[in-house]
Write a protein that binds this ligand. Sequence first.
Ligand SMILES: [Zn+2]
Length: 291
Amino acid sequence: MPSHHYIGRFAPSPSGDLHFGSLIAALGSYLQSRSQQGRWLVRIEDIDPPREVPGAADRILRTLEHYKLHWDGSVLYQSHRHDAYRAALDFLRHEHKAYFCTCTRSRIHSLGGLYDGHCRTLGLSSAHAALRLEQTHPVYGFEDELHGWLAADRAMAEEDFIIHRRDGLFAYNLAVVVDDHFQGITEIVRGADLIEPTVRQMALYHQFNWQTPRYLHLPLALNHDGNKLSKQNHAEPIPMSDPRPVLAAALGFLGQSVPEEWADLTTEALLEYAVSHWDMQQIPKNSRLMA
Ligand SMILES: [Zn+2]
């Protein structure tokens, strides 16, 4: 696949239905892809079964279809990617870029929450251990397409973070990097709640010797308590009725022009208008109350 061709993605976790906040991420990444004649992929991040809601993945996909946000190719499920994650972990271990850690949560809590590299030189084996990345080349910040330079907290950037959990689950940062690389994603457009792990993901790209994608972090929709809309705080699913008023509100939230006569347009025509009028420079940087 030629590297100059744009490939974007939307990667929801099936921990609940699509709400206005996740629609912002879906629509923003969709419009950024389509406005550059790029491909737009959908990936279901189902690597954490205890947090998943039965049927949510199918409902998310049906909702995207109802909103006429049609993706390219087939949906990639992280639950089908365990061999790839395992191979990535084996590579890091083989290259001595990762080590086992048996430290308890309460020990790390007593350190103030950031791990101190205690097990780096202990040569522990895998039984009941987490695997951590040995941070030899930490990343301290990155250039965001919307925000410009974003510096990370130094101690957080340097932490040997977990790439395989003690309970056997693959860590989010590992899976997302392995899959974005596998899918050839050239730019990641997602919510600002994922700014913080970006430097960790970039550190992984460097350890694998993979080219990092570009990043664009969209503002978050907040509820009236000032919290981001999320499944955890019971954000309402977006309706399966007429998508147009919701899409118009989402376009407005993203600072984009909304045609006055949108009610006369089909959903497809509204999205076509949005693609042709998409202006990344108009996206507000700050998270704020949903419209
Ligand atoms: Zn440890």
